[in-house]
Design a protein. Structure first.
Length: 151
């Protein structure tokens, strides 16, 4: 049975590193340029000031997935808009079953909505098109494409 929760970063930070490494290994274009070295102090500071939103999925107490978002108090172009920027959505492959990611997203969205967030932006990596399809089914609209180039 999966249990979804909103957790403080410090309660799951160590576990998230392992999942983060697996997540990074699935994202190919610039993996060699970016060593996996999360700024755990920055995440902790964001959590302290209420800007980090951590939704987790656990199976028998073990972390198997997460949705990290940075909650912005306003948007630079629309100061009255409280919004969230997805920092990562990940489920271990064994848990990518029908509706698991959908339930994690629904849980996280409900919590963000309760915090006054009215816009949730989640980037989709080209190597994970299933996430994009799930977001469209959930009512997300494609709002931009990002392109990157290693300099």
């Amino acid at each position: 049975m999966l249990v979804f929760a909103i957790e403080n970063y410090d309660s799951c930070a160590t576990e998230m590193v392992g999942l983060g490494e697996a997540h990074r290994d699935e994202i190919k274009p610039h993996a060699d340029a970016f060593p996996f070295d999360p700024d755990m102090n920055l995440y902790a500071r964001l959590d302290e000031v209420g800007m980090l939103h951590v939704a987790t999925a656990r199976a028998m107490g073990r972390l198997v997935g997460y949705m990290l978002s940075v909650v912005m108090p306003s948007h630079q172009h629309h100061k009255s808009v409280r919004w969230a920027s997805g920092d990562g959505v990940y489920l271990l492959p064994a848990y990518r079953k029908p509706r698991v990611a959908d339930r994690l997203l629904a849980f996280a969205e409900d919590s963000l909505r309760a915090k006054g967030v009215i816009l949730n932006v989640i980037g989709v990596h080209p190597d994970h098109p299933a996430l994009g399809r799930l977001l469209v089914r959930r009512g997300y609209a494609l709002s931009s494409h990002g392109h990157s180039r290693r300099l």
